[in-house]
Write a protein that binds this ligand. Structure first.
Ligand code: MN3
Length: 201
């Protein structure tokens, strides 16, 4: 098996009340697991079976939709679980805070723009904070695409991703995607985003 479902660093109920346990359980054990299973099945016996996920994504234009959708789904969710944590939230610090302030004006302005990217993504997709050419940028992608993909309209190294598929919030928030996004700030793991910024430079 090329790829495996990474262990969650917290319980399904750990992000309550902002993200409910039932959503976490279904999202992780059903949706994320399905992306892992489906991409493994699609690349079984092929050279991609021994490639890194990142290398597959960087050349995704050469792959069929089943690989694009499911390899993207694996990468995106691997990242997503790590940028949240119980008792998260607060404010970013250090180099991350400096980069956010110099790029977007303030942390509040950054949050507004990032939330807008998530709220205005039509249908299913993701909002991203990326490092592109050494600078921070906000963008969004459809479905399970991401900024590592060569076909992506926005390219870069993602350091923060927010899943805005209905499966990420519908049980608790129904159609209220903006409320889900507002509450995401209460569980964000800024330390992980800062670590990813360091690694992206
Ligand atoms: Mn999802």
């Amino acid at each position: 098996m090329a790829f495996t479902l990474p262990k969650l660093a917290y319980d399904y109920k750990a992000l309550e009340p902002y993200i409910d346990a039932q959503t976490m359980e279904i999202h992780y054990s059903k949706h994320h697991q399905a992306y892992v299973t489906n991409v493994n099945n699609a690349i079984a016996g092929k050279p991609e079976d021994s490639m890194s996920l990142e290398d597959i994504l960087k050349n995704i234009s050469k792959q069929p939709p089943v690989v694009r959708n499911n390899a993207g789904g694996v990468f995106n969710h691997n990242l997503f679980w790590t940028v949240m944590k119980p008792n998260g939230g607060g404010e970013p610090s250090g180099a991350l805070a400096d980069a956010i302030k110099s790029t977007f004006g303030s942390v509040a302005d950054f949050k507004t723009k990032f939330a807008e990217a998530g709220a205005t993504r039509f249908g299913s997709g993701w909002a991203w904070l990326c490092v592109t050419g050494g600078k921070l940028a906000i963008c969004s992608t459809a479905n399970q695409d991401n900024p590592l993909m060569d076909i992506s309209e926005c390219k870069g190294t993602p350091i923060l991703g927010l899943d805005v598929w209905e499966h990420a919030y519908y049980l608790k928030y129904q159609n209220r995607r903006p409320e889900y996004i507002t509450n995401f700030w209460n569980v964000i793991n800024w330390d992980e985003v800062a670590k990813r910024l360091d690694n992206a430079k």
